[in-house]
Structures are given as C-alpha cells and as structure tokens.
Design a protein around this ligand. Structure first.
Ligand SMILES: Cc1cc2nc3c(=O)[nH]c(=O)nc-3n(C[C@H](O)[C@H](O)[C@H](O)COP(=O)(O)OP(=O)(O)OC[C@H]3O[C@@H](n4cnc5c(N)ncnc54)[C@H](O)[C@@H]3O)c2cc1C
Length: 422
C-alpha cells in the first residue's frame, strides 16, 4: 500500500485512535489540536464492547479496564420506584461481558501516551478555521491566518462543532449538568451499576462509576443531572440549595454525595446535537466521529462509534483502489450501524429526556413491562452494548476477550458482591 502524508484534525477519541492505527500502517501522520496541551473535554464515558474491541487491537484494553469500573447493568427507577430502565450485559451470554465506566481523562491519557510513545507529531495551539483542496491534497487554515503544508489526506476528527462541516442548529433542548465526584466507599451506591432516577422524563439524575484515574487515588464517578438548555441560566441564578432539594427529593440516597458540591462552577453543562453530515467524504477529506454524526449520549455510543470509525478508516485505507474509493469504502463499512444508532437514539432519548409526559408514560406502562418478556432483555443488552447491526463482524473485529479482561482487578472490583446487593 502507498504511504500517505495524513493530517488528522483533533486530538479527541477519533483523532488519537486514527493517528495510532494509521501510523501503525506506515503512513506519515500529523495531528493538529487547538489546545496548547491536548486535553479531554467532557464527562465520564461508557466504553462498550464495540469500542473496547478497537482498544484491544491498539493494545490498550487491559489498561483501560484496570483504570475503569466494570458495569454489569443499567438500572433506572421512575418516581414510583418502578424499574423502567433495565439493561443487563449478562443477557448476551458472552462470558465475562461488561460495559466499562471510565473517566474521560483516563481514556484520553492512554490514547495520548500511545501517540507520544509512537513518535507521532502533535501540533498544538493550532485552531483550525477551514480547509482548502489543493493540487496535492488538502491544506488547513488556522484562525491565526497561518496555513499547514499540503497533506494528501485530511481526517476531520474535530467533534460536533467541526468548522469543516456546515454548522446547523441541531442542538437538542435537553442537555445535562455533570461533574466528577469521589466514590462514597461506605455506600449507598452499587459500583457495578450505571444508575438513574427519573421523574417522568423531565427530571433525571444519574451515577456512573468511572474507576480510579491514578494509582492509589480516590475512586470516582460521574454525576449527571438532566437540564434543558433554556433552564441553565436560571439554574445558575437560583443557588445550589434549591437544586439539591430537587435532587434529594428524586433520589434521597444522593444526600451524602451532594455535600461534595459546594459551588455551581463544579458542574459543567453539556448540550447535545443530533445530526449526521450527509457528505462524510469530500476530495481528500473524510469526516469521522462526532464530526460526521453525533447524538444524545442516552445510549452511550458516541466515543465507541468514533473508535469504530477510526478502525473502518484504517481498514479501508489498507485496501485497494484510488484514495477516494477507499474513503467511500470506510464510510460504507460504518454507514448502516451509524444510521441504526442515530435512529435508535432519536427514538429512545424522549423516553428519558423530554418536557412532555407522554413518552415517559408509554415507557412506564408499556415499553418497560413488555421489554421484560424474552427476547426483550437480550435485545436491550445488545442495543446498549452497541452490537445491534453486527458492527464488529462487518469490520472483521473480534469481540474482546472478556473472560480475561473481567479478571483484571478493576478500580472498583465489586462485581460479585454488588450483585447480591441489587
Ligand atoms: C455528557 C456526555 C456524556 C457522554 N457519554 C458518552 C458515553 O457514555 N459513551 C460514549 O461512547 N460517548 C459518550 N458521549 C459522546 C462522546 O463524548 C463523543 O461522541 C466523542 O467524544 C466523540 O469523539 P470525537 O473524537 O469525534 O470528538 P471530540 O471528543 O469532541 O474531540 C474533538 C477534538 O477536536 C479538537 N478541536 C475542536 N475544534 C477544533 C478546532 N477548530 N481546531 C483544532 N482542534 C479542534 C477538540 O479540542 C478535541 O480535542 C458523551 C457526550 C457527552 C456530552
């Protein structure tokens, strides 16, 4: 295969994974990032079997599991204490299977360190404004009016606000406040669960264990509170006490952890866009990860999708044909799975985040009870694991060796004991 000079724009999950995979194929890779020091942006994440399969090929799965927290099931109760979100990985009957709750900083650090160790060039403090098609490929233009050399291929991994994709107003009304807190060692939460509590679909509070960022450091979790964009400014003004009362009313067991929140600035507001760019391939340019498609994180797939996109790109570039054909092949490898999850996420999000009560009523009285009837439990587990649409076989990726991975002492190793509690 020909050796290409490739520019990768953005040091997020998609950019770092692409850089590693393409560098290993022998391409000359340069990463461009706006920040002076590349850094993770955003809350804790769930890494599904799809994303972990790519990390396994990068040789990073074991380290990720060691830093994260093994999640056996998703468990959400409504205001009446009824279970209305239940997805248990064990229903897939794959020995040892789990979802991985991980701090975004831990995942970033693993990928970034591997990039540095591989000797890949990272050009920081380069904020990209646009790209230009030229004789030999693509040139990047930066906000300080400087420009890059011409690269034969540009991979856009600039995330949901990529300036290389036309901006659209696709932000959803609901987002979430989130923060990282110390895991309460003496309860009341269950470390093998991603837990949520809802009042219809208008209020939601969630706890995602994310493991331990540093050896010997505290165990942590991501704490979420669903909030409409329009309600963010009033929330900032109202003061913490009224909000804490609301959280407490919805999930009284949160009283202890709320003491860790002393100022509104500890919480970050994240909003989500639901969009997919219809032309992910342009001349000598491909958009992957959130730059191509993004959705609400209700099903926890975005970073996993970004990892799969990076894998598809590397696989397609290793194949035959003109560069443009190979880029189209990369998109073809992913398009079905991306479309399926875009659709599923659009369908599921209003059940958990909506001002209107009807979707939550349907969820509580119809969907939740029906989904307990086989094959409902296995279907839910497959959906959450990112495996609907069989993305791994399409990409010739193996399922990670979960039996071996499950044996790794995880940061919050409570798999067996937690089951008894729940
Ligand atoms: C609250 C929340 C919870 C989430 N939970 C999950 C989850 O549980 N599981 C999951 O899989 N996904 C989750 N996601 C989605 C996930 O975060 C994204 O899908 C994923 O980060 C996309 O990766 P990316 O590499 O495409 O983009 P990003 O991670 O956004 O990376 C983009 C990179 O480009 C850089 N950049 C941006 N603009 C410029 C510019 N102009 N010039 C130079 N550099 C630039 C940024 O600094 C960044 O480094 C969640 C998202 C949110 C908001």
């Amino acid at each position: 295969m020909d050796r290409l000079d490739i520019a990768i724009a953005g040091c997020g999950v998609a950019g770092l994974a692409s850089a590693l995979l393409l560098h290993r194929q022998g391409h000359e890779v340069t990463l461009y990032e706006r920040f002076p020091e590349p850094q993770p942006i955003g809350s804790g994440l769930m890494i599904q079997p799809t994303g972990l399969a790519v990390l396994a090929h990068l040789g990073l799965a074991q380290a990720a599991v060691a830093k994260g927290s093994q999640i056996e099931r998703l468990h959400g109760l409504n205001q009446l204490g009824e279970a209305v979100l239940e997805a248990d990985y064990r229903h897939l009957e794959i020995a040892g299977l789990f979802g991985l709750g991980i701090h975004r900083g831990s995942l970033f650090e693993l990928l970034y360190q591997a990039v540095i160790d591989a000797g890949i060039e990272v050009r920081t403090s380069h904020e990209i404004a646009r790209s230009e098609s030229c004789a030999k490929g693509r040139r990047l233009h930066f906000t300080d009016h400087a420009a890059s050399i011409e690269h034969q291929l540009l991979v856009d991994c600039l995330g949901v606000g990529s300036p290389l994709v036309p901006a659209g107003d696709s932000y959803l009304p609901f987002g979430a406040l989130w923060c990282t807190l110390e895991w309460p060692e003496d309860g009341p939460f269950n470390a093998s669960l991603l837990e949520q509590r809802y009042e219809h679909a208008g209020k939601m509070v969630g706890v995602l264990p994310t493991g331990r960022r540093t050896e010997g450091g505290p165990r942590e979790f991501s704490f979420f509170w669903s909030l409409q964009q329009a309600a963010y400014a009033p929330w900032q003004e109202q003061g913490l006490e009224r909000w804490k009362d609301e959280v407490f009313a919805l999930w009284p067991e949160c009283a202890g952890i709320l003491e860790q929140i002393a100022a509104p600035e500890q919480l970050t507001f994240a909003c989500y866009a639901h969009r997919s760019w219809h032309s992910p391939v342009e001349q000598d340019l491909i958009h992957i990860g959130d730059a191509w498609h993004s959705a609400s994180p209700q099903l926890g797939q975005g970073a996993n999708m970004a990892l799969l996109d990076a894998w598809a790109l590397a696989s397609a570039l290793a194949g035959e044909g003109e560069l443009q054909q190979r880029l189209h092949r990369a998109i073809a490898l992913r398009r079905g799975h991306v479309r399926l999850y875009q659709w599923l996420t659009a369908a599921f999000t209003p059940l958990y985040q909506s001002q209107v009560k009807l979707p939550a009523v349907l969820r509580d009285v119809l969907l939740a009870p029906l989904s307990r009837i086989p094959p409902g439990p296995a279907a839910k587990a497959m959906l959450v694991a990112g495996l609907a649409g069989s993305p791994l076989s399409k990409l010739q990726l193996d399922m990670p060796d979960y039996e071996a991975l499950a044996a790794i002492p995880s940061s919050i190793a409570t798999r067996a004991s937690s089951l008894a509690q729940s």
